[in-house]
Design a protein around this ligand. Structure first.
Ligand code: ADP
Ligand code: MG
Length: 986
């Protein structure tokens, strides 16, 4: 990547837009007041409790989408009158989208972020709903249009990626493979910065493809959300468009990344009043969003000249990925979305403050020119030059000369390099295209099915995720449940869904549903236990909270508007069945007591969450039951004063008979944590109880590997070997000592649990285990096991110097059996010492793939150097030893006794330090050997690889030189001291 000089010092401030949406149904029902007003680009917000308190802010753009609009025949929201103040999707795109597109076409990175509380219109602005397309589809449409326009002078490629960050885990929304529980890794490279490893990039050629990919991504997001029981308002959705432009005439490639980010809801669960929840008001709940706030604050401080030492980009996944968008190489726009309602005052004010800070951030965007094309061109030119030279030499009759051979070699190398670049690229493209065709076929198939069969349609709390999953009910009998592979079954995942949950029967164009024993099925708000016939637009809830709308045969579908059957509708229906309802006349009527309405909406919001919490508690055998209660259901107290109504969650522990009352905020926060524990529990179930497989810190273990005598006595300083190869062919004993495990998370979570450590040393044929230790967060292991090699091989030496003993921490829970090894295949000495290292060393498998043979050769040379260095050091040691002996023999006994041990020990210590450092040098060497370019890397990737390679080499040689010079200094010092003390050479 190269920056254009002229761009180098230009600063771009983050551009900020605000947008106010219309009232939603809840706000209309509650008779909300609009507290936001706009004049040009300045926006004012009025405190509903204090009419004198009005705050004003000024932004780059301000959009009034609250009123003054109508719906045209195509369903588009447009201004009521021509030139009206209503800002529709089109005008927002004209301001924000077009600029981003132009930046990208010029080769700048561009980023668009949507920020605001849940339900404020982030997804509406970014993605859009139905015909009211948002910035992303509009931008893509224009992008492909521009590409067609510029066809003459450039070739363009667009790659599309879509991912989600939930609870600090990255999920690829376009990956077909099963979602790994750990998600994708975020890695950092010198030139590339942070990136998501293995993220799918799908090449796109038109907006249709993009829209279908977005549909597919949303579907993955929806299924993942149900499956993981995750709340989409807590996740961040990122779309990354990568635009590559090849200008053949100028032979340059420009590349820009367009990041389009629909952020998680900005609201925090504030604990009410004096209640001090340990969880600090939900800050821990969305680390990425909190860190984004911190980064923005720090950058805003930088912009006003404050001294800021540290910008915490690295603290969260989101800020790592957005690093270039914030204070870096990107032109960035933020759209802050607001609800206009009085009840959202606090949140809206906080959004405006946030946006004001973001406005101050300064970026330094540069045009990204990739050298791909230029490099190929340069290589070609070099080839041409070489060819010329060759032919000249041919003419001069020096055909067989060394020089010409060398040149021919160079030529072939260059050819190979060019071919490698091209094949890699084409291969990449072919794979992605094949994949895309498959996806496309699936989508078309689904469209056909919709016209043939009845189906159930998912309904999600987040409107953006509703209606994306369609499960078809073809003729005959269909089981529905977790059952993955059963024939004639519809597989769904979600809380409280049984292996075999229910059965659909589709006979003579009538569809029935039969719940199976023990499974929860609710139709139109009421639980059903027997076969029920389904009617078009019936509402189904399966398990704790998997909500679906039943869509009958096409002949039954009228022109009705299905949109009224949203999530709120499902939950209100359910609440009504429990006797909690707003009378028909009260909904939609502004006289309804607003506090009652707020309570009602809180109730229906919490209801499914409580059902989920109960299901999780049951599966985790926690014996805790959650129940929703309304405080002060009566309207007024005995004096006629209005009673403050509130929702509380009653938490009852079956075992201890204790009961707590949690506020809404506390419950929402705690439920998030329960979810986390539940996910870990599920992951542990899947992975046979191996803990910490996702790289989380499970415990700290104190362990040592101690060389010892055959009888198990630890070796002292005097026994230090100068050169490890001295033990080759001789007996070697060492002990693995496991002292204590500290802060075991597994036991911290439940005291009745235990742990065991499993390990395998070198070629020992079985995994060995420590005894089990129970009920202690810091369990004392006090475990010691001895291994011996009767004839030490080079392989064992290598292992000891450069490999690791892997210790596995196993969690035990009540009633499970303790792990032990049969010891059937293990050899032991009479004293009970495990014998290892008995096999013949296999031929070292030296990989020499063509492109790496060179670097391997270089490494081998380095190794040789190391060896010869070792050799010369050994000689030096020998001679020093000899000198020492001379001293010993010549000097008198008493002095000898006092002098010898101290010098020897000093010397041994210096060597110990040296060998110690050699271990890390060797480690470095191993790393270098293992370091390979990833198979997908394009030329840029290869460059990055080579840079990294040279950095590793540099580190390696620095370390090597450092160690040698330390040793030399130490030896010199010892010799000097010795001279001074003995006076022998003076
Ligand atoms: P968020 O993504 O911030 O949680 P959404 O974009 O899903 O919120 O919006 C919530 C609801 O409000 C949706 O039903 C959406 O259609 C509606 N909405 C949001 N912004 C607008 C707008 N500018 N015009 C009309 N409806 C809107
Ligand atoms: Mg949204």
């Amino acid at each position: 990547m190269r920056a254009k000089a002229s761009d180098m010092h230009s600063k771009d401030c983050v551009k900020v837009a605000v947008r106010v949406r219309p009232f939603n149904k809840r706000e209309r029902d509650a008779g909300s007041r609009c507290i936001i007003s706009l004049v040009s680009t300045s926006i004012s917000i009025q405190d509903p409790r204090d009419c004198h308190n009005r705050r004003s802010f000024c932004f780059d753009y301000a959009y009034w989408s609250h009123s003054g609009f109508t719906k045209d025949q195509t369903g588009l929201f447009v201004p009521e009158e021509l030139g009206g103040r209503y800002a529709d999707q089109h005008s927002v795109f004209q301001d924000l989208g077009v600029g981003i597109l132009e930046n990208a076409l010029q080769g700048y990175n561009a980023t668009l972020l949507a920020y605001g509380q849940t339900g404020s219109g982030k997804s509406y602005s970014m993605v859009g709903y139905g015909p009211n397309k948002g910035l992303v589809p509009k931008l893509c449409d224009r992008l492909f249009e521009a590409i067609r326009e510029h066809q003459e002078n450039r070739q363009c490629q667009v790659f599309f990626s879509m991912l989600e960050i939930y609870n600090e885990q990255v999920v690829d929304l376009l990956s077909r493979g099963s979602r790994s529980a750990a998600g994708l890794r975020v890695r950092e490279e010198l030139q590339k910065g942070f990136y998501v490893e293995g993220l799918r990039k799908i090449p796109c050629e038109n907006v249709l493809q993009v829209e279908q990919l977005m549909e597919q991504g949303t579907r993955t997001r929806t299924t993942a959300a149900t499956q993981m029981n995750a709340n989409s308002s807590r996740s961040h959705m990122l779309i990354i468009l990568q635009l590559k432009q090849i200008f053949s005439k100028e032979s340059i490639t420009k590349q820009s990344n367009i990041n389009l980010v629909d952020l998680a809801g900005s609201e925090r669960q504030r604990s009410s009043g004096s209640e001090a929840d340990r969880l600090k008001e939900g800050t821990a709940i969305n680390l990425s969003l909190t860190t984004l706030g911190n980064v923005i604050s720090a950058l805003a401080d930088v912009a006003v000249g404050k001294k800021v030492v540290h910008i915490p980009y690295r603290d969260s996944v989101l800020t790592k990925l957005l690093q270039s968008a914030l204070g870096g190489n990107s032109r960035t726009v933020m759209i802050a979305t607001l609800s206009p309602a009085d009840i959202c005052y606090e949140e809206s004010l906080s959004t405006l403050r946030y946006a004001e800070r973001a406005k101050r951030i300064q970026n330094r965007a540069v045009v990204n020119e990739s050298p791909t094309e230029r490099l190929v061109k340069e290589l070609k030119a070099e080839n041409a030059r070489l060819l010329q030279k060759l032919s000249r030499m041919d003419q001069e009759g020096r055909r067989a000369s060394d020089e010409s051979k060398e040149l021919r070699q160079l030529l072939t190398q260059n050819e190979l390099q060019i071919r490698a670049i091209q094949t890699l690229w084409e291969q990449h493209l072919q794979e992605a295209l094949k994949d895309w065709e498959q996806q496309y076929a699936n989508i078309t198939q689904e469209r056909r099915m919709m016209q043939m069969y009845p189906y159930i349609l998912n309904i999600n709390e987040d409107a953006q995720l509703s209606g994306v999953v369609k499960l078809f009910i073809q003729e005959g009998e269909w089981g529905i449940g977790l059952c993955d592979s059963a024939p004639r079954s519809i597989s769904i995942k979600g809380l409280g869904i049984q292996e075999h949950h229910a059965v659909f029967r589709n006979e003579q164009r009538r569809v029935t549903l039969t719940p199976l024993t023990g499974s929860k099925v609710i139709i139109n708000g009421s639980a059903v236990y027997e076969t029920a016939e389904l009617q078009h637009l019936d509402r189904l809830i399966l398990g704790s909270n998997c909500t679906y709308l039943f869509v009958g045969y096409p002949s039954e579908r009228g022109g009705e508007d299905w949109s009224r059957y949203d999530y709120d509708y499902f939950q209100s229906e359910l609440a009504a069945a429990e006797g909690i309802r707003l009378s028909e006349s009260s909904t939609g009527c502004s006289q309804t007591d607003p506090s009652l309405l707020a309570v009602f909406y809180d109730y229906i919001q919490l209801m499914p969450m409580v059902a989920e919490a109960n299901q999780m508690s049951q599966e985790l055998s926690k014996g805790v039951e959650f129940k929703l209660e309304i405080k002060n259901l009566a309207l007024s107290d005995y004096r006629g004063h209005d009673l403050q109504k509130d929702i509380v969650v009653r938490v009852a522990a079956a075992g201890s008979k204790q009961v707590w009352m949690w506020s809404k905020a506390k419950f929402v926060n705690r439920k998030f944590l329960i979810e986390e524990v539940y996910q870990q529990f599920k992951a542990a179930q899947r992975e046979d109880n191996v803990l910490g497989s996702e790289g989380t810190e499970e415990a700290i273990l104190q362990a040592q590997l101690v060389p010892c005598t055959s009888t198990g006595l630890p070796l002292g300083e005097d026994d230090i070997l100068i050169d490890p190869s001295e033990v080759l062919g001789r007996r070697l004993d060492f002990q693995l000592v496991l002292d204590q495990c500290c802060g075991v998370r597994w036991i911290r979570e439940a005291r009745n649990r235990g742990i065991q450590i499993g390990f395998r040393v070198f070629d020992c044929s079985e995994l060995l285990y420590t005894p089990a230790v129970w009920h202690n967060i810091n369990p004392l292991l006090d475990y010691r096991v001895q291994f011996t090699s009767l004839q030490t091989s080079q392989r064992l030496l290598d292992y000891l110097q450069s490999s690791a003993v892997v210790l596995e921490l196993w969690g035990l829970q009540e009633g499970c059996s303790v792990l032990s090894s049969s010891l059937g295949a293990v050899r032991m000495t009479a004293e009970g010492v495990f014998i290892i290292d008995m096999l013949d060393p296999p031929q070292a498998a030296l990989s020499d793939s063509a492109e790496l043979s060179c670097s391997v050769r270089a490494l081998q040379q380095d190794l040789e150097k190391l060896k010869s260095l070792n050799e010369s050091l050994r000689k030096e040691n020998d001679s020093l030893r000899e000198q020492l002996n001379t001293v010993k023999n010549g000097a008198d006994g008493a002095r000898r006794r006092s002098l010898r041990p101290s010098c020897d020990a000093e010397f041994a210590r210096a060597l110990k330090v040296f060998y110690h450092s050699m271990t890390s040098v060797r480690g470095q060497l191993q790393r270098l050997r293992r370091h390979r370019p990833s198979e997908e890397s394009d030329l840029l990737g290869l460059r990055v690889f080579v840079d990294e390679q040279s950095r590793l080499l540099r580190d390696f040689s620095e370390q090597l030189e450092g160690s040698v010079s330390t040793l030399k200094q130490d030896v010199a010092a010892i010799v000097r001291r010795k001279r001074e003390r003995s006076g022998i050479w003076s």
